[in-house]
Design a protein around this ligand. Structure first.
Ligand SMILES: NC(=O)c1ccc[n+]([C@@H]2O[C@H](COP(=O)([O-])OP(=O)(O)OC[C@H]3O[C@@H](n4cnc5c(N)ncnc54)[C@H](OP(=O)(O)O)[C@@H]3O)[C@@H](O)[C@H]2O)c1
Length: 280
């Protein structure tokens, strides 16, 4: 999509990848709707972007897990900035814990934000996009939404579900000229781990993959919006990881067992998450 005179709604824009995307897009003459729950952070980011131009930014406070709030937010954006041309479903949250000892409330919250939150956004913008016969929806998944890792099964499942939604939607809306991109970041240098709902994956798994700078991930997202590929990746490693997992799943199991050895040291220590880890 040509990034000129467009209205772009970014969920999860208060920090991390969403905020970095907003900063990257602010170099273009676009209208940015910045949606998240943290009003102060959104206002500060909007003020920063509006001070420099050429983009115009609007903070929009909403919880994506609340369908009425999402509908109201989209209505506000469309009344203030005009019809949403691009929706970037980026808001997301993680959790850690082995399958079998999961905190169900946290798991449901992960799905409420990562899966249902994206769906509510799609439902709110889709009728307008279909009517105008133009629009782009970018769903931010993860490379571990293509190949699950131990101890983050629920988070991975929420992203697998999001991918399925993207695939079905892509074909449903093709005739209406609405395009759907699934974006697969790898490990990115944000505070994602600090906001995980139960413990952090980093305390369970030894991740030896270097973190991608968030500005690089944001630039890859800008390219994905401009070029509209079916699937978009940030690094060659991310792409190779997904292709390797698809072509040789058994080999990937053996590799991951070495790289992501579960830490066996929880007994007698303070628990890194809220659920019972006895026996892990
Ligand atoms: N960082 C990584 O390594 C990585 C890798 C692959 C995929 N991803 C995906 O990339 C996306 C962004 O992650 P990030 O690393 O930028 O994480 P982050 O720094 O924790 O940012 C998450 C963003 O989502 C927003 N958010 C969370 N819950 C929300 C809710 N209920 N309603 C509205 N907004 C909500 C947060 O804002 P508020 O708290 O203000 O609401 C924040 O702006 C996520 O979908 C994540 O799954 C991240």
């Amino acid at each position: 999509m040509d990034l000129c005179d467009r209205t772009i709604l970014i969920t999860g824009a208060s920090r991390g990848i969403g905020a970095a995307l907003a900063r990257a897009l602010a170099a273009y003459p676009v209208r940015l709707a910045l949606l998240a729950r943290s009003e102060e952070a959104l206002r500060a980011l909007a003020a920063e972007l509006n001070a420099h131009g050429p983009a115009r930014a609007l903070p929009v406070v909403a919880d994506v897990a609340q369908p009425e709030a999402v509908r109201a937010a989209v209505a506000t954006v469309e009344a203030t900035l005009g019809p949403v041309d691009v929706l970037v479903n980026n808001a997301g949250v993680g959790m850690a814990g082995p399958v079998g000892s999961l905190d169900h409330a946290a798991a449901q919250r992960v799905f409420a934000v990562n899966y249902w939150g994206a769906l509510y956004g799609i439902e709110a913008v889709l009728p307008g996009m279909r009517q105008r016969r133009d629009g782009l929806i970018v769903n931010v998944s993860s490379i571990i939404g293509r190949r699950a890792m131990p101890n983050v099964g629920v988070y991975c499942a929420s992203k697998f579900a999001l991918n399925a939604l993207s695939e079905a939607l892509r074909l449903e809306v093709r005739a209406d000229n609405v395009r759907v991109v699934t974006f697969y970041p790898g490990v990115t240098d944000t505070d994602f781990g600090r906001h995980e709902l139960t413990g952090t994956a980093a305390r369970y798994n030894r991740n030896r993959v270097p973190k991608t700078p968030v500005t690089r991930t944001a630039q890859a997202l800008v390219r994905a919006i401009q070029r509209e590929p079916r699937d978009a990746y940030v690094t060659l490693f991310d792409r190779a990881f997904v292709w390797g997992a698809t072509l040789a799943p058994g080999l990937m199991d053996r590799l991951l067992a070495r790289f992501y050895r579960p830490l066996q040291r929880f007994e007698g220590r303070s628990c890194p998450c809220t659920e019972d880890l006895s026996g892990t």
